[in-house]
Design a protein around this ligand. Structure first.
Ligand code: ATP
Ligand code: MG
Ligand code: MG
Length: 574
């Protein structure tokens, strides 16, 4: 278990607490504000994935640890791709991960689209100060005049138009008098700046589109880089944490806030942006566009397919919020981009489930075992602890299941001719049937093609687990089994990684070429009869196999369907 990585963001926050950077703030009602206010700002244009979980754990985790608050803010300034369906699933996923946005009895859930009035007024103020202008160049002309990293850009012919004219045109834009893409409002900063983001970035564009929250009220919408700092400042965010790609945007973030503070829009201290390396996990993709492609092309069954790296997919796969939080803690926050191995996520799930998951028996690749000297039609009750040894209920909770003459065992637990070191069933060898009896193998039956169809054995009546006689038997093999007369027949899905390539979409590769053809195998398994009452979403350790969850979509009363979340050991060979 790796120690939690140092988290440089904690260092920054602790320094701010010592120097009291955000100590003297109050909101509009005069209420004192926490010194640490963070936010998680998803755009409601898709389902959250494991990368978002990283940001959620960081932002909500820092607020929790420093007695602050974290806002859930829908960054919904882009009308086209956003939808209520996504708002709802994001709320569910954040809650499921174990976080909430309440602080001192107040919910802190916000929509950036509720700030359109302020953003619009801010843009007018910038125009009045000569810090923004309406440009009539089209997108292509703007690209051409932007310059390059080595060449300065060229001023737009409209750059020095009078503020009154820009104000009037900006109003006409808002009033729907112009078509999409014909006019654009740009900040007036420096077309020769070495930072391309400061070469008169666009701040407002025309989009005749219906917005999921504001409807048809607006046909001009702010650009993300202009809207985001305003959203942060309006919500009194102190530490605005984002991924490294936004590092070059920070000067513009500060520019917007400083200029608008001078115009009385915001009070100091202003929010500050900090960047950390995004979470990159091997064997998965996190681009929303590509995940959507997997869904649209029916490569997976939906956003919640158990192979998807979405929060809803991970949940259905059998991941717990604790495991995801553990993985996020273990991987810390860094300033350098790197790849985290997928096995770190799987390891966190095993570590979370091992001490708490109830145990159960499942035969996944069944082979008949016949105890020839066991009375026909009889059954003997066997008892096994529900919980693992370290669990507080280990000694008190037991499950009961019958042993009978005809059993199911795993195919791989019998070899007619054993290989060296094999100590399971082979003719002449004794093994223990866990929680039951010691048996001695006597042979097997084959069909016309030579396939083994049943194994035979005799049992020792005085060898029952938990009875004094059992101590007289020393055997190496300890096999699981279920009674063929009582087993619950169930669909089990053996899931594996969706991709065989550790970096399925790196360098513009076609990720569909890296799909793992064996990422889902559906089998009929024989389960311990107590699993009949497994509730949808319940997670078990199937002894010797791994962790399995009763699928929350396809399970019905008395008929659970199980998904393999993760095997007991990391057996992946690339
Ligand atoms: P897009 O830009 O396609 O809309 P996105 O992944 O950036 O997708 P957002 O909804 O903007 O989606 O993300 C919300 C927050 O989650 C952002 O603050 C973003 O930085 C963070 N985030 C997204 N992906 C990761 C990741 N892989 N690791 C850490 N944080 C991430
Ligand atoms: Mg985004
Ligand atoms: Mg993004």
């Amino acid at each position: 278990t790796p120690a939690p990585s140092t988290n440089f963001l904690r260092g920054i926050i602790e320094a701010d607490l010592v120097s009291g950077t955000y100590a003297e703030r109050s909101d509009k009602q005069g209420q004192a504000l926490p010194q640490v206010v963070t936010r998680f700002p998803p755009e409601p244009n898709g389902y959250l994935h494991i990368g978002h979980a990283k940001s959620i754990c960081l932002n909500f985790g820092l607020a929790r640890d420093y007695n602050g608050r974290c806002h859930l803010r829908f960054d919904d300034t882009n009308p086209e791709k956003e939808d209520q369906e996504y708002v709802d699933t994001i709320i569910d996923s954040v809650k499921w991960l174990g976080f909430d946005w309440d602080h001192d009895g107040q919910p802190h859930l916000y929509y950036a689209s509720n700030y359109f009035d302020v953003m619009y007024a801010g843009a007018q103020a910038l125009i009045r100060k000569g810090l923004a202008y309406v440009d009539e160049q089209n997108a292509e002309q703007m690209r051409e005049t932007r310059g390059t990293l080595t060449e300065p850009g060229t001023d737009s012919p409209w750059r020095n138009r009078p503020a009154d004219e820009s104000l009037r045109l900006f109003e006409e834009m808002r009033d729907g008098k112009h078509a999409d893409g014909t006019l654009i409002l740009r900040a007036k900063i420096d077309m020769a700046s070495p930072n391309m983001n400061l070469r008169d970035p666009a701040i407002y564009r025309i989009r005749h589109a219906t917005h999921h929250n504001t409807g048809d009220k607006w046909c001009v919408y702010p650009m993300y880089s202009y809207a985001h700092p305003i959203e942060d400042a309006l919500e009194n965010i102190s530490h605005s944490i984002c991924t490294l790609e936004f590092e070059d945007q920070r000067p513009f973030y500060d520019w917007v806030l400083e200029r608008l503070a001078e115009e009385g829009f915001f009070k100091k201290p202003l929010p500050h942006q900090y960047e950390f390396a995004r979470l990159n996990l091997t064997y998965i993709i996190t681009s929303k566009r590509k995940l959507k492609q997997l869904v649209d092309e029916k490569i997976v069954s939906g956003w919640d397919d158990p192979r998807m790296p979405t929060i809803v997919g991970l949940r259905r796969r059998g991941y717990t919020p604790e495991a995801i939080r553990l993985m996020c803690d273990r991987t810390g926050a860094s300033k350098n981009n790197s790849w985290i191995d997928y096995s770190i996520l799987e390891g966190a799930l095993r570590d979370d489930l091992d001490p708490k998951a109830p145990r159960a028996v499942a035969v996944l690749r069944p082979l008949k075992l016949i105890i020839d000297n066991f009375p026909e039609g009889q059954s003997v009750e066997c008892s096994a602890p529900v919980y693992p040894p370290a669990h507080p209920l280990h000694d008190s909770e037991h499950r009961l299941f019958p042993i009978t003459k005809n059993l199911w065992i795993e195919k791989e637990d019998f070899m007619e001719v054993p290989t060296k070191g094999y100590f399971r069933l082979f003719p002449g060898n004794k093994v223990r049937l866990r929680y039951g009896y010691v048996v001695e193998c006597t042979g097997c039956d084959k069909d016309a093609d030579g396939n083994i169809i049943a194994v035979h054995c005799n049992y020792f009546e005085d060898s029952k687990s938990g009875t004094p006689g059992s101590a007289n038997y020393k055997v190496k093999g300890n096999l699981h089994w279920v009674s063929a007369d009582h087993a619950l027949e169930a669909e089990v899905r053996l899931y594996d990684r969706l991709f065989t390539d550790a970096h399925p979409d790196a360098g513009g590769k076609d990720f569909k070429l890296a799909l793992n053809p064996n990422s889902k195998e559906v089998i009929t398994a024989y389960l311990e009869p107590t699993l009949k009452t497994a509730e949808a979403g319940a997670i078990y350790q199937f002894e010797r196999h791994g962790y399995f969850v009763a699928d929350r979509v396809d399970s019905t009363a008395g008929k659970p369907v199980f998904n393999r979340a993760v095997t007991l050991k990391d057996s992946w060979v690339a």
